[in-house]
Ligand binder design. Structure first.
Ligand code: GRF
Length: 208
């Protein structure tokens, strides 16, 4: 069983999708070993506790330097023997040092079809505002490995979602979550835990 850490900063609906998938036996070969939040009191922590998953809180500004924070994060991950890190709405910047240490062992969910509407500044509702402003007819979500480029790592899974004419950023965000994020994140985690993902030349190959 691979051990998974889910890193969160907010409501944790993607964490919930992972918890539900785990309960349904859909995370093959892995289990959520801990949930790490970037601030206390976020609802994701309650979701973890309700599911009996250990929680940790690591607040960046409580550490004098990035190095101190990195050491705390790595120390926590090592204490739980973590094999896979899942960023599920995690809002604290992760240093290149940590990213390199967990190359091809850290994945992120982004609420657009990368390379559209991604990179610096594209987070939360801003992503959906930009999609509506451009007038795209299709958007979606992407699960990718994390590398040093913001939203630039090898793509694991993507799922498209239709944009409706009367969408607001909020309605579009909800549809992207329901129809794409909550589906492809557990799928990608399960594929990873079954050893079905290989990264070659920055491309992800999925074993059948
Ligand atoms: C999601 O839209 C995810 O794609 C993005 O942050 C949001 C987190 O939402 N990276 P939640 O906390 O999982 O509800």
């Amino acid at each position: 069983m691979l051990k998974i850490a889910v890193l969160v900063s907010g409501g944790g609906t993607n964490l919930q999708a992972l918890i539900d998938a785990q309960k349904a036996g859909q995370i093959v070969g892995g289990e959520i070993a801990c949930v790490i939040a970037s601030k206390p009191g976020v609802y994701a922590l309650e979701r973890a506790s309700k599911a009996g998953i250990p929680t940790e809180v690591l607040v960046r500004k409580e550490y004098p330097t990035m190095e101190d924070y990195d050491n705390a994060l790595i120390g926590t991950l090592e204490r739980y023997g973590i094999d896979l890190i899942v960023l599920a709405g995690f809002m604290t910047i992760i240093s290149d040092h940590v990213i390199r240490k967990y190359t091809n062992r850290m994945i992120n969910i982004h609420p657009s079809l990368i390379p559209s509407f991604c990179g610096e500044g594209f987070y939360g509702l801003r992503v959906h505002e930009a999609a509506l402003q451009k007038g795209v007819k299709v958007t979606g979500a992407t699960v990718h490995f994390v590398n040093e480029i913001c939203d630039g790592g090898p793509i694991i899974l993507q799922k498209a979602v239709a944009v409706e004419q009367d969408d607001t950023p909020e309605t579009l965000q909800r549809r992207v979550m329901e129809q794409a994020e909550w589906k492809i994140l557990p799928q990608a985690v399960s594929l990873y835990c079954q050893g079905k993902l290989t990264v070659k030349d920055d491309h992800v190959l999925i074993a059948k």
